[in-house]
Structure formats: C-alpha cells, structure tokens
Ligand binder design. Sequence first.
Ligand code: NAD
Length: 279
Amino acid sequence: MGTSNSESRQTTSYPFLRGQKALVTGANSGIGRATAIGLGKVGADVVVNYVAGRESADEVVRAIEGLGVRAYAHEADVSKEDEVAGMISRMVDEFGTIDVLVANAGLQRDAAVGDMTLAQWQKVLDVNLTGQFLCAREAVKEFLRRGVVPEVSRSAGKIICMSSVHQMIPWAGHVNYAASKGGVQMMMETLAQELAPEKIRVNAVAPGAIRTPINRSAWETPDAEADLLRLIPYRRVGDPEDIATAVAALASDLFDYVVGTTLYVDGGMTLFPGFATGG
Ligand code: NAD
C-alpha cells in the first residue's frame, strides 16, 4: 500500500509511547505497515518484521526513522520457533527490551471445505494462531525478566493480537481463517487472565473490512465494494490507519486498565446489519 490520504488523519504528535520498544509482525504491508508507522508517530522505536519483501520493509523503516525514532527491519517467519526466538533476542540486544508486541502477521488460504487441503488448513493455523503464540511467548519471557519500569509504562508489557470480526462471525469458504481467529480470541483472553497479575496486558483488535492486499477482491471493483458496503453500517471501507490508531491507544498507558478486551474496529460490521430492516 502506498501513502494514502488517510495517513494524515493520524495527526496526533503526542508521544505517549515515547521510550517504548515495539515489534510489529507482518509490518511491510497493509495493517502492519500502518501500525508500525503509527507507533513511530507516537514515539516508539519499532522493529519491522517481514517474511518476504525486504524492499517494502526498508521503506517502512525509512518512514519511521523520518519521524525521529529508531527502526530496523527483521526477516522472520512467525510460525518458526527458532526464527521468533532469534527475532526477540536481537531486539533485546539492539533496543534493550520489548515493551509492545503487535502480533499482526496473518494470511488466508481460502477454499470450500470439501476442497480445502490439509496444507491450506495447516498453513493458516501455523501463521495466524501458532505464530501469535510463539511471538507472545518470547515477548512474555522478556516482560517477566524486566518487570515494570515506571518511567516507561505502568505495565511490564503489552500484547496486541490482531484478530478479526471472524473471531465472532462465521465465514463460509474460510473455515481455516475463521478457526484461527476464534483461536486467537481464546488465546488472548487466557493469556490476559494468566498474565494480568504480572502486570502484562493482553488485548486484541478485531478489524472489519480494511482496504489491504489480503482482501483486494472484496473492494477493488465498484460492484465488489458496493456488496461489501452492505455489510458495514458506517458505509465506509476501513483504512489501515483506522487500525493503527486503535493499536496505539490500546498499547498506551491511557488504556492501562483495559485487560483481555477485543476492540472491534469495523464500522459496525458486528452489529448484524441484516437485521436493520429485517428480523
Ligand atoms: P496483508 O496481506 O497486507 O499483510 C499481512 C502481512 O503478514 C504481510 O506483511 C505478510 O508478509 C505477513 N506474513 C504472512 N505470513 C507471515 C509469516 N509467516 N511471518 C511473518 N509475516 C508474515 O494483510 P492485512 O490486511 O494487513 O492483514 C494483517 C492482519 O490483519 C492479519 O492478521 C489479518 O488476518 C488481519 N485482518 C485484516 C483484515 C482486513 O480487512 N484487511 C480484517 C480482519 C483482520
């Protein structure tokens, strides 16, 4: 995604994450890209994880550095245990610690259930669910080692899981994806319960329809977009920056008492719009 007009909407320069170190997975495209830049805008130093596409990762790094904070790109597949461990250990070496994990990397491999291969099922579960678990586990080890540093944040660490409205809304033809996001919800809530006594906050953001490469076919033609808008009471397809601002807020001490919550950022998609005139 190139620079969009919507990026100017995130105009706040109040540096409420100043001094904090953030890792955003899948940060060279779409929501991850906007989130990495958005966290830089509010003062965080940012690690830009990517699995493929070094050039676009470097472009995100340059955009973040242009904001006057530090950034570097790190190649790792979030579904590979050793690569995730290496990513966090390099972050501790280079930035000193990790304060914020945005477990964003995700993908779709769509098929009707009768046609879905085990490989399609497994790939989506491996990246969308196991990948979030591995990143969370490694981040938590560092949060526990360091503990609370009051000058930096009231909590010892924050994890934001990128979920989806499909943690709630069943989605025919996407059973692997919907199952992965349902799993993300229960993983997030369980980790939140387990880790709150350690002053670690775990929450999720659940985007609705956001204009990114993952769902290009849903918005790229006028007919497709009109169909999509029928599912969105607010009658606007979301921009990646809509998600970036939500993540930045959840990660900050402004939201220090928010624990184990999913923030739906979906223009009302989860309000059962079919019932607006029926039922
Ligand atoms: P995107 O395809 O633009 O970005 C996904 C990113 O994840 C890419 O950078 C990709 O390279 C990365 N990725 C994929 N596999 C990876 C791996 N194994 N290791 C590391 N990175 C990997 O799509 P997006 O829309 O920006 O999606 C970001 C997240 O938001 C996903 O978790 C997705 O499920 C979620 N989401 C998106 C929407 C939407 O409408 N766009 C809605 C709900 C949820």
